[in-house]
Design a protein around this ligand. Structure first.
Ligand code: NAD
Length: 360
């Protein structure tokens, strides 16, 4: 490969620096083995950025990500910044990053590793073999809609408002991503909405049905979000691709993560914009930050997704995925996926074991 790729690295807060550190080692090793040439530059986001610059998404970070080919992100947030005004909280940095890059499609795979089928809180026969891709709309909906905020009324009481908004264009483009993704999988899309109550998602259902006319080879079904939450736990194997709004996708993908054993296992890719963002789906886990206990697999798999979606290196994806399978088969576990008879290792040790398998 001749042109050197630029990767922006934003470790963030809490366990962010720990897990990103392990993921970077994997990035470097795969680069060395495959001849993939790249440069990394670190930037501040979230609470770390607030402490240094006063804001969660500084101008320098904005310039850095806009001039990169891919962004590797850890996680943001923590108790230290919870008393700040919403407009400058760490989580605002994430929303700013996504909006700046226009990454409207968030791909969240929930696939179970066979050896972890016993680590889930659900029965093995329910979850073994699940392979779901949640396609979450990421730059619209209730997290961005105006008006929003909390105002004090004349009588001194308060009113909180958030607004759910979607345009035809926003729904069309996320529906297309879902159908395209399904074409490379089991060719089934379940669109999740609340069309019986929310007019905005009635439009969602209408537009998804319209876009489907160009994808006759893919089966489309619709489901209300409350039923989808229930079906995910009752019979998750019925799902292939799930496409849904920003907030429903946020919630359902966390639920789907528990099917696979731990939120520490699930990566994501946010695509469709100027530059893709690759990050674990979990947060900054302040309860275990700095203790060396975090599971780095979600972040390492996010690097695998970067190779696949940003650089078309499907083989690198498989190399990383297979290395993780072998480490798990050799009964190494971080505390979040601890199982009887297995050796519990920390974040750095898990990273090293994965590197060893990639080397092998
Ligand atoms: P969380 O995902 O950080 O943690 C939930 C639970 O899962 C915790 O018990 C944590 O220890 C565990 N966990 C998460 N990742 C893990 C990993 N890699 N290995 C082992 N265990 C792991 O969610 P939360 O506690 O609700 O939020 C903590 C902070 O993170 C908040 O400030 C929240 O706003 C922020 N947050 C950020 C993002 C993001 O950066 N994308 C996403 C969600 C939450």
């Amino acid at each position: 490969m001749s042109d050197k790729k630029k990767i922006a690295v934003l470790p963030g807060d809490g366990i962010g620096p720990e897990i990103v550190g392990e993921a970077l080692k994997v990035l470097e090793l795969i680069g060395k083995k495959s001849g993939f040439e790249f440069d990394t530059s670190s930037g501040l986001i979230g609470g770390a950025a607030i402490d240094e610059t006063g804001g969660p998404f500084p101008e320098e970070t904005k310039e850095l990500v806009l001039s990169s080919d891919a962004v590797l992100l850890g996680a943001v947030g923590g108790p230290k910044w919870e008393s700040l005004d919403y407009a400058i909280r760490p989580e605002r940095g994430l929303l700013g990053l996504r909006a700046t890059l226009g990454t409207f499609a968030n791909l969240r795979p929930a696939k179970i590793y066979d050896v972890l089928a016993d680590a889930s809180t659900l029965k093995k026969e329910i979850i073994q073999g699940i392979d779901i891709m949640v396609v979450r709309e990421l730059t619209g909906g209730i997290y961005f809609g105006q008006p929003k905020g909390v105002e004090t009324l004349a009588d001194g009481s308060k009113k909180g408002v958030n607004t759910l908004v979607y345009t035809t264009h926003e729904i069309e483009r996320i529906a297309k991503v879902a159908f395209e993704v399904a074409r490379k999988r089991d060719k089934r899309v379940c669109s999740v909405d609340k069309a019986n109550v929310l007019e905005c998602t009635e439009l969602w259902r209408e537009v998804v049905t319209e876009v489907h006319k160009d994808y006759a080879d893919v089966e489309l079904s619709h489901m209300y979000v409350d039923n989808a939450a229930m079906q995910l736990i009752r019979n998750p194997k019925q799902f292939d691709v799930v496409v849904t709004t920003n907030m429903f996708g946020d919630i359902l993908s966390d639920a789907a993560s528990m099917l696979t054993g731990s939120i520490g296992m699930l990566p994501s890719a946010s695509i469709g914009g100027k530059v893709g963002i690759y990050e674990p789906i979990h947060g900054s886990a302040p309860d275990i930050a700095g203790q060396g206990k975090a599971n780095p697999i979600a972040t390492i798999m996010s690097v695998a997704m970067m190779f696949k979606y940003a650089f078309g290196m499907d083989e690198a994806y498989d190399t990383i995925d297979n290395a993780i399978v072998r480490v798990l088969e050799k009964d190494h576990r971080t505390p979040d996926i601890r199982q009887d008879g297995c050796k519990v290792v920390g974040c750095e040790e898990m990273g090293r074991l994965i590197l060893d398998e990639i080397e092998a």
